[in-house]
Design a protein around this ligand. Structure first.
Ligand code: N01
Length: 541
């Protein structure tokens, strides 16, 4: 299957597949490829495996999907032997798990760390990709799989004067590997998404003073994190076959949980409140699944949003601060809902203050302060929890040239276009794992990663068995899929928010709802049907 059998570039290393990234997607992709006898090389820009969990080491970082579910299902031994310590695993433990997987399945020998893929050019004659890395080396591969992650391109906003700041500036998505000590320091935190909301309470415990600069107030539900007991783990393990099946086939978001059977307005107010209370007390993402229409109907959504706003008013003692923390700019859940531990309570501390930068945006950053409305908020260190160029950002950093000479960035200038989120027309033999146009970030990522990896593995096997050299998304199939993804999104409340799902957090980025909102079960069936019909909509030669 090597594309370079009679290549003029005979000295170049050749692989069946180059995988970009050694996070959860890249690791499992490598494992499957190896098992099928394909030669593969993984390039990883970090110094270790784990992807998002390698980079996001900020204080308080932990998963918001429960750990027993945020784990691979492909190996029965693995899921039976690994002991998660808490309901929501901390970053350090998830990273340990990724390292355990890499060792247990002997994956490291095919991974080259500290190496970025800079460029990939399709060679029509060789029917494969010429891949150039940051080390200046070029290898040939018949297929390239982008396992680059959806939230891996950390974004520091362009704020006037930022470069003049004398203290350290950290980004939550690119946190140092060494301990960061905020003791006796005045810390400024910009950004109140999941990362800011998780880190604020921990930073506040350590710092002399924490000033949170909030542009958009966010909805957050308590995590209610706790140690997992041996019984809880055992119950999960015994029921894994059903839990995994349900997560893959039934749950919209790939998470095993009770599914709602009625809308919010079908219940009287007292019943509705008691249901919201039960979910609030239980904690976690399933708050949004108490009713089946919270993402669809604004009046229904308002009932949940009002409940959370009421909770914020109960928790936060200063009424003006509470009011500022109550989100009013978007329906609940249409920006990724946050899961926190004591976030709102943190604003009752005497060493924490909140600054509204919606009404008065940051004017500039000076060597020792953040200036808002003419007032200098003095800080010794800055934490940027300002998010990512999501879903397309890490793909865009690679200079990808299709056979016609067009780059993927040119093709995606008006927004990403894919067929099933897996391939983009005009770029043969290039797969994307959890790309735009697939459920991806709207789901338990591991469920979506496993589904994509398995689909790609089956597809490569299909091609090998038939002696097929290239595969490409068909233009018509892609157009129809893009239209479908849009249509489904616009049937929901999601596009009403200026979210990173819409590309709205990056100035100049096209506003298109990127993930597929139809649900992981529906999506899996579509992908399976496409494969069963001989990869309908794809062109194979
Ligand atoms: O990033 P975000 P994140 N000036 O984009 C603000 C996953 N995740 O790293 O909303 C001032 O959500 C921005 O304001 P606004 C999860 O999927 C999961 O927190 O654009 N402020 C916002 O408040 C999550 O959704 C976990 O008005 C600026 C914040 O910065 C995703 O990663 C933990 C600004 C960015 O929020 C991203 O989360 C962490 C500017 N120029 C992350 N630019 C868990 O599993 C941006 N902001 C728990």
């Amino acid at each position: 299957m090597s594309p370079a059998q009679s290549s003029p570039a005979e000295a170049a290393e050749t692989y069946d597949v180059v995988v970009v990234g050694a996070g959860f997607a890249g690791l499992y992709m490598l494992h499957r490829l190896r098992g099928l006898g394909f030669s593969a090389r993984v390039y990883e820009q970090g110094g270790g495996v784990g992807g998002t969990w390698y980079w996001n080491r900020y204080p308080g970082a932990r998963c918001d999907v429960e750990s027993m579910q945020y784990s691979y299902s492909f190996s029965e031994e693995l899921q039976q032997e690994w002991d998660w310590s808490e309901r929501y695993a901390p970053q350090v433990e998830i990273l340990k798990y990724a390292n355990h997987v890499a060792d247990r399945f002997d994956l490291r020998r095919d991974i080259q760390f500290n190496t970025r893929v800079e460029r990939a050019v399709f060679d029509a004659r060789e029917k494969g990709w010429s891949v150039t890395t940051s080390g200046g080396k070029t290898v040939l591969a018949q297929f390239v799989v982008l396992a680059t992650g959806c939230l891996s391109n950390a974004r520091k906003p362009d704020i006037k004067g930022l470069e003049s700041f004398k203290g350290p500036v950290y980004h939550t998505g690119n946190w140092p590997h060494e301990d960061v000590d905020f003791t006796d320091l005045r810390v400024g935190l910009i950004g109140t998404g999941s990362s800011g909301i998780q880190s604020a309470p921990i930073i506040a415990e350590q710092a002399k003073h924490l000033t949170v600069f909030q542009r958009t107030a966010n909805f957050s539900i308590p995590a209610r994190n706790a140690a997992l007991t041996a019984e809880e783990r055992d119950t999960f393990r015994q029921n894994y076959p059903e839990i995994r099946r349900f997560a893959r086939e039934i749950a919209r978001n790939g998470i095993y949980a009770e599914q709602p059977d009625r809308g919010a307005l079908d219940d009287a107010e007292d019943i509705r409140r008691s249901k919201f209370k039960a979910r609030w007390d239980r904690g976690g993402l399933t708050f949004m699944y108490v009713y089946n229409n919270l993402g669809l109907d604004r009046a229904a959504n308002d009932t949940a949003a009002d409940y959370v706003r009421g909770k914020i008013a109960e928790i936060v003692k200063d009424p003006a601060t509470a009011k500022l923390l109550q989100p009013n700019s978007h329906p609940i859940g249409t920006k990724r809902i946050c899961i926190d531990t004591d976030y709102f309570k943190t604003f009752n501390r005497p060493n924490v203050s909140l600054v509204d930068i919606k009404a008065n945006p940051i004017e500039e950053i000076t060597p020792n302060a953040v200036r808002v409305a003419g007032h200098d908020h003095e800080v010794d260190a800055l934490v940027m929890a300002t998010g990512f160029d999501a879903m397309t950002g890490s793909v865009a950093k690679i200079d990808i040239h299709g056979p016609g000479g067009q780059t993927l960035n040119q093709k995606w200038a008006e927004g990403p276009k894919t067929y099933l989120g897996l391939m983009s027309a005009g770029f043969p033999n290039l797969f994307i794992i959890t790309g735009p146009g697939s459920p991806s970030v709207l789901s338990n990522m591991i469920v979506s990663i496993e589904q994509h990896v398995d689909w790609i593995a089956d597809c490569l096997t299909h091609m090998r068995e038939r002696g097929l050299a290239t595969m490409e998304a068909g233009g018509d199939a892609e157009e129809k899929w893009v239209a479908h993804v849009n249509e489904v999104a616009h049937g929901t409340l999601y596009p009403q928010a200026n979210s990173w799902y819409m590309g709205a957090n990056v100035p100049g980025k096209p506003r298109i709802f990127m993930p597929y909102i139809g649900g992981v079960g529906v999506y899996r069936r579509i992908c399976d049907e496409v494969a069963a019909k001989g990869y309908e909509g794809f062109v194979m030669e």
